[in-house]
Design a binder for this molecule. Sequence first.
Ligand SMILES: [Fe+2]
Length: 169
Amino acid sequence: MDRNYVEDSFPQINKIMNKDLREGVVKTWQLAVAKGGWDKIDDVPFTLLTDVKTSLIEHTRRVTDMAMAIGQTRQDLNMDVLITGALVHDVGKLIEYTRKGKTIVKSEFGKMVRHPVSGYGLVLEAGLPVEIAHIVAAHSKEGESVTRSPEAIVIHHCDFIDFDIARTD
Ligand SMILES: [Fe+2]
């Protein structure tokens, strides 16, 4: 997948000041697309609950915007870590899900490894630091057994704000 597609999908990449983190976001998505065997990811949903229509790209953008708003309000969070973590928190879903005919279903891999765990691996493989891998691994219920960093706390809550509201549609 070409990098323009990733950058167009996630325009907040340009808000990351650190070049290595920006590069890492692009690389992580490219890696996930390749490993998951996707061509385009526009129609990948953010959850497999049948009644939720939001795409993974829309959800990722929204979680990132919400996290940035919180970061700007508080002024005591690492903005680069916040944006980078938000942009890759669900990247593991490209391996957890797979295309089956016209629908998208849980993959055989996804039945064994959930996206916070596969995403953690992708992020490290792409060369992103452990602060980002921590956010990915801890953003969901998997994170209840570790002490979340302040940035991971924000992503965790923004993620569930979007998820819980989507379920009420
Ligand atoms: Fe999410």
